[in-house]
Design a binder for this molecule. Structure first.
Ligand code: ARG
Length: 461
């Protein structure tokens, strides 16, 4: 039989589909990636139909076995996807009937491609969210390891990209982990709304068969059934939410990337990325380019774009299903591929970040990073903070004129600015003294970094 004869809706039509229209409207080129979820959904649906007596046990058994065979064929590469069968759903259904005969035509009883595709998308996305959560965790743990190795390594902390105060490199890594923890929480939250079952909504109004939606939901591991059939077939909020969370993940990775690119430049020289994560230049022999972080930074643009595409796709759609919804797939699939790739390469790369602690330390010693510590020291001696701020400002100006850091000035030079300054001032002007002093939850002190690492290890275990 030719594919055309299989078109399930051919009955109402007297002319065949225009060849270009067929290709233009087909989604099988991209939705075939959901073949496993489509088959899983169909098997559950068939079992439910048998459970309520719409199919006999024998019919159900033949349908389920047929679908299982098709799954094997697809995974073996032994399945010819046909554009004239439009999408993954009709391709599989047609093959089923080819394979098991007339009884295959009973599978679609009490459902529509509208609730079917919405179900497939949710099953597919649920699985991908779980994979992404695993990758986020792997990256977070790699950062925690790096933080632990450098809980005492001092670097300049920046505001406005100007040297601000000394911090520990470990603390900086844990700032990235803090972002990833929120990313994980957002994905888990989104997953709860993904895991609701549309099946049973059929085309839009529900079905006249005595279906048992709870039964199907249990079979498929859904937490709940969608409450309104019109909403069930047309809702794509769950994809938009996911893309929102995904865009945020890419924004975070892009921020990390920006820092890695800067830090690996000759001007900063704070880190070196492993050779296996860099490429050279075809013309400049000295170059080692941080391609991976640059590309991840660039790829954030895709996911932002896909988020905007989905919001725009949905903004003017009347209830219920519209063919527009077929356009939800490519942006979602590309976002997932992008997120998976970016997280994977980051989790692989982080253990290959070589930290140049000496260069970080030297940079922290420049730029008067302990000026706030001197002001705090004066406050400790009874000088009001605003006056202390001014005194230190003058001392910094003097240091700049002299070309020396505060810790390099003699006691007598410092005392020109305030007689509250004593011999013990040099304790607070050291980098170690400065970071150790910030010893409270959330502070940069090595002791706090280690405590945070212990908490994170427990949480991420
Ligand atoms: N390929 C379609 C999609 O991706 C499946 C649903 C088709 N439904 C319909 N009524 N034409 O949305």
């Amino acid at each position: 039989m030719s594919d055309d004869q299989y078109k399930p809706w051919a009955g109402r039509f007297s002319e065949p589909t225009d060849a270009f229209v067929e290709a233009f409207t087909a989604s099988v080129g991209f939705d075939q990636r959901m073949y496993r979820h489509d088959i899983t959904g169909s098997i559950a649906h068939a079992r439910m139909l048998a459970h309520v007596g719409v199919l006999t046990e024998e019919e159900c058994r033949r349908i389920v076995e047929g679908l299982q065979d098709i799954l094997i064929d697809i995974e073996r590469g032994d399945f010819a996807w046909s554009v004239s069968l439009e999408d993954v759903h009709m391709n599989i259904e047609a093959r089923l009937t080819d394979h098991i005969g007339e009884v295959g035509k009973k599978l679609h009883t009490g459902r529509s491609r509208n609730d079917q595709v919405a179900t497939d998308m949710r099953l597919y996305l649920r699985e991908e969210i779980d994979t992404l959560l695993g990758e986020l965790r792997r990256l977070a743990l790699a950062l925690v390891d790096l933080a632990e190795a450098h809980a005492d390594t001092i670097m300049p902390g920046f505001t406005h990209l100007q040297t601000a105060q000394p911090i520990t490199f470990g603390h900086h890594m844990l700032a990235w982990v803090a972002m990833l923890r929120r990313d994980m929480a957002r994905l888990r939250d989104c997953r709860a709304r993904v895991n609701v079952m549309p099946l049973g909504a059929a085309a839009l109004a529900g079905t006249s068969y005595p279906i048992d939606r709870e039964f199907t939901a249990r079979e498929l591991g859904f937490d709940a059934v969608a409450e309104n059939s019109l909403d069930a077939v047309s809702d794509r909020d769950f994809i938009i939410e996911f893309l929102g969370a995904g865009a945020m993940i890419m924004m975070h990775l892009s921020r990390f990337s920006e820092e890695l690119v800067m830090w690996s430049s000759a001007q900063f020289g704070f880190i070196e990325l492993g050779d296996s994560f860099c490429t050279g230049s075809s013309i400049m022999p000295q170059k080692k380019n941080p391609d991976v972080p640059e590309l991840v930074r660039g790829k954030s643009a895709r996911v932002y774009g896909h988020l905007m595409a989905l919001l725009t796709l949905m903004k003017s759609q009347p209830l219920a299903y519209n063919k527009d919804n077929q356009e939800d797939k490519e942006p979602l699939f590309d976002s997932i591929d992008t997120l998976r790739g970016a997280l994977r390469v980051y989790a692989d790369m982080v253990p290959h970040i070589h930290v140049k602690a000496e260069a970080m330390r030297e940079a922290a010693l420049k730029g008067y990073a302990t000026a706030t510590d001197l002001a705090d020291y004066l406050v400790g001696r009874g000088v009001p903070f605003r006056d202390a701020h001014e005194v230190v400002g003058k001392a910094v100006r003097y240091g700049i004129e002299q070309g020396r850091d505060l810790a390099e000035l003699k006691l007598s030079e410092l005392q020109q600015f305030s007689d509250a300054i004593g011999e013990d001032v040099f304790d607070v002007l050291t980098l170690e003294g400065s970071v150790a002093a910030r010893d409270h939850v959330g502070g940069t002190a090595p002791r706090q970094v280690r405590a945070a690492i212990a908490r994170l290890r427990e949480e991420l275990a």
